[in-house]
Design a protein around this ligand. Structure first.
Ligand SMILES: *Cc1c(COP(=O)(O)O)cnc(C)c1O
Length: 418
């Protein structure tokens, strides 16, 4: 087997260097664990950025992948398949009356939202979509235009027209930003890439109201925070749970939602759900995707949903999410500034200026994530100073305890380096 060192060198030669990769190479996974080329074991609290919702090599996913591959992998959207409509029906049952469009990634799911908005506003000349600062909406040209972070836009100007950013969780700022060109508002229920910042209940309800008043479409990017990660299928369900505001307005729904990442447990898939009266706006010939909604991806997604339901993993995400958060706070580490997040989407913000996490050209987040590798724990950096915990939804308590122990040791190790 090729060594990690040799593999890194080969990547340098053959792979376009769009990622600053960690010096790790995995060869095998099982459940919540991964093994690298040297046989070292890691506890996976990153799940390929919230993708491996049921961990690695889940027997039911192996089984459905195998049987579906033996039956039908792909036919194209020139035809009908049962798996695609079964999945759409299931998503509609989970969210609300509407229809679905399938694609292959988060960026593509957002692209469907953007085209829906353009179509919706076309007759009246409205095309502008308001998004938030520190948001993340994907790497296509429209995706980086929608993303409220300069670093993803730099060098790719001119930007796709029709996107403006306002501060997150600031209803007044959004209200003030609406112009006669505005056609839609797009937010993440929990900002993921910039450091795990959940939307407040009042913000969600306020945006819905604002969109109704101004006849705008209200979009939610659930690519990362959806798929039961928060303990409910959609983050807004969990955010609005139990609040007075939610009781007053039981009928909260966005106009359209983008999904991807964990939806098919590791098989590439993106989806857009859209409610009426907008579900038929994108008519024949207006949009498409060769691979979107293959029988293979849809069969796997249906299986993932079955298992989440059968094993009550939404409750698991809630309970172990709360458990993890309280255990991180119990560490009382002087290096932790704040712990945020909902369910199994947890952000740990590090204090700024930790001496042992100062290296020219690297963020403290990346340096601490790399430190955790030494202790056998995989996490994901977010923003400059946050690490994200995104364990599989079927994580068990003892694995959470193990992760906390590794985190405790890595934090203690920071002091030793000062
Ligand atoms: C990951 C992510 C995307 C982009 O998804 P891709 O599958 O990488 O295109 C879009 N929005 C959010 C919120 C994400 O976390």
């Amino acid at each position: 087997m090729i060594s990690t060192g040799a593999l890194i060198e080969a990547f340098g030669r053959w792979i376009v260097p769009t990622y600053a990769r960690f010096p790790l190479a995995f060869v095998r996974g099982k459940g919540s664990r991964l093994w690298d080329a040297e046989g070292k074991e890691y506890l996976d609290f990153g799940t390929g950025i919230a993708v491996n919702a049921l961990g690695h090599a889940h027997p039911a996913i192996v089984e459905v992948l195998t049987s579906q591959a033996q039956t039908l992998i792909h036919t194209s959207n020139l035809y009908h398949t049962e798996a695609q409509v079964s999945l759409a029906k299931r998503l509609v049952e989970l969210i609300g009356t509407g229809k679905c469009f399938f694609c292959n990634s988060g960026a593509e799911a957002n692209e469907a939202l953007f085209k829906l908005a353009r179509k919706f506003g076309h007759a009246t000349g409205r095309y502008e979509i308001l998004t938030t600062l520190h948001s993340f909406h994907g790497r296509t040209l429209a995706g980086i235009a929608a993303t409220g972070q300069d670093k993803v836009k730099k060098g790719f100007e001119p930007a796709v027209d029709g996107f403006r950013h306002v501060p997150f969780n600031d209803l007044q700022a959004m209200q003030k930003a609406i112009s006669e060109k505005t056609v839609a508002i797009l937010i993440e229920g929990i900002q993921g890439e910039s450091g795990v910042y959940p939307a407040s209940p009042d913000y969600l309800l306020g945006l819905r109201k604002l969109c109704n008043e101004h006849k705008l479409l209200f979009f939610m990017d659930s690519v990362q925070c959806g798929m039961f990660r928060t303990g409910r299928f959609q983050s807004y369900e969990r955010i609005l749970e139990g609040t007075d505001a939610a009781k007053k307005d039981q009928s909260f729904l966005p106009d359209a939602i983008s999904m991807a990442k964990g939806i098919a447990g590791g098989v590439p898939m993106g989806a857009m759900w859209v409610r009426q009266p907008h579900a038929d706006l994108l008519g024949p010939g207006s949009h498409g995707s060769t691979f979107g909604g293959t029988p293979l991806a849809c069969a796997v997604a249906l299986t993932v949903l079955d298992i989440i339901k059968r094993e009550n993993l939404s409750e698991n995400a809630k309970q172990l999410g709360d458990y993890l958060k309280s255990k991180i706070l119990d560490l009382k580490s002087p290096y932790i500034r704040q712990v945020r997040g909902i369910g199994l989407m947890i952000g740990i913000e590090l204090q700024p200026d930790i001496p042992s996490l100062k290296v020219e050209g690297k963020t403290p987040a990346v340096l601490f994530v790399a430190r955790l590798h030494q202790y056998g724990l995989l996490t994901v950096p977010a923003g400059n100073c946050n690490i994200r915990l995104l364990p599989p939804l079927n994580i068990i308590r003892s694995e959470c305890e193990e992760a906390i122990e590794k985190l405790r040791n890595a934090l203690a190790g920071l002091a030793g380096m000062c």
